[in-house]
Write a protein that binds this ligand. Sequence first.
Ligand code: FDA
Ligand code: NAP
Length: 432
Amino acid sequence: MESSDTMTYDVVGAGFGPANLSLAVALQERREGGTPRPTAAFFERKPQLGWHRGMLLPGAKMQISFLKDLVTFRNPASPFSFVSYLHAMGRLPQFVNNQDFFATRQEFHDYLEWAEAKLAHQVTYGAEITQIRPPASGRRGEAIEHLEVEVRGDSLPGGTRVLTAHNIVISTGLVPRMPAGVQRDERVWHSSEFLDRFTAWNPGELNRVAVVGAGQSAAEVVRYLHDALPDASITAILPPYGYALADNTPFANRVFDPSAVDDYYYGSERSRDVIWQHHRNTNYSVVDDEVIKGLHERVYGDEVAGRNRIEFLNLSRVCGVKRAADETRVTVMSVATEETRELDVDVLVCATGYDPMNPAPILGELDSLCLRDARGRYRVERDYRIATAPELRCGIYLQGGTEHTHGLTSSLLSNLAVRSGEIVASLLDRRK
Ligand code: FDA
Ligand code: NAP
């Protein structure tokens, strides 16, 4: 049985991670000359709010200042700020005394939950948006003034709900990427599911673990395994010679400023390429200073103790995995010689990164009304709305998946507060 709403929402949000949480706050805070606040409903497929829980490793730090929270860059006086959270928790003086711009991921997660609790009435959990489509009653070529949203999940009466909306904001997040041809299973994990998988095992059965990748996830997982499995041997398989430093120096960090979005968006194809070439190392395939140092200290400590617990296979990539019953055989190729070798492990952790958000599957037939550039990527307006064929009058906004148009902050937290404000302003403008 399908349940249907009769009202048409101004906006429906797909996903309720930090991006749409920030949008929900921006909608809440927007009051303009007595205009009624846009009506909104958000749907999240997880059973509760969770921000990369599989990587909520003890001691893991945020990669941005606590001031780049859900709101502060748009509204420093917001009651949803990280500072307001600290105040509410009675920890503001201690946080300041701690003299660290970078909170732990656990504390930031707690902040997100605190903010979410004030807006929970707008969110349905355990509810996946499976399709967004033109209304069934519409005729081909006619103007489309609202969209139908199909939601599925055990939390819904009858398992399905269909509602209508004038605008959709898709914030469904990054998609875990595995090495080509490698499938996930109980012994071959992606880092995004690391803690869920790890805690389901008896640590005593994990004697040989390999971790693939040279980014922040890989380094954090290797560090964690070194501490959690004192008797195991750990193999780190990484393409460069060693973990490289994430550039978070002050001038380079300007690439995450709200104004950098305009520089990128209105720049030429060439200037965008230059920005990528110079600043990819602020985020991708790089590791924070503190994690590199912590890991090196552990490796050196092992050397002093006369035992080598982490083996580094550098200049190496994983190019295949053979699985049979309890056996997991990894094929590792040297990027220097192209020779391969085989490695038997109990578990392989692929910290091999993520693909950008891809809205095409839930857009279904609507996708053909979304305009694309010569390279097949969505054309996206400055207000994060996909450029669409003229008959589609509804807004389909993206939070994520816009690195080609809006730059590096697309999948990050740095610009959430400002971006959400810009989307709300656009929704209100278009409503007029
Ligand atoms: P996010 O992935 O958080 O949320 C998307 C949500 O949509 C998910 O909850 C998902 O379940 C839901 N969803 C997906 N499809 C759905 C559907 N069809 N229907 C309903 N729900 C659906 N960045 C940064 O700036 N600073 C940092 O410190 C970090 N730290 C960090 C740690 C780790 C381990 C990772 C992997 C990434 C980061 N990042 C980061 C980058 C990260 O992308 C960013 O922090 C946010 O998660 C982006 O928020 P979003 O809401 O866009 O995606
Ligand atoms: P990433 O930065 O994209 O790194 C993926 C790594 O995997 C790269 O080193 C890549 O090497 C390597 N790789 C890919 N395929 C491989 C293969 N077949 N064999 C060997 N190596 C392979 O991904 P990430 O580390 O998951 O980071 C993603 C995002 O999450 C970043 O924004 C990061 O900052 C964030 N993050 C944050 C935290 C935190 O806040 N504490 C923790 C974890 C992650 P190549 O580049 O050579 O392909």
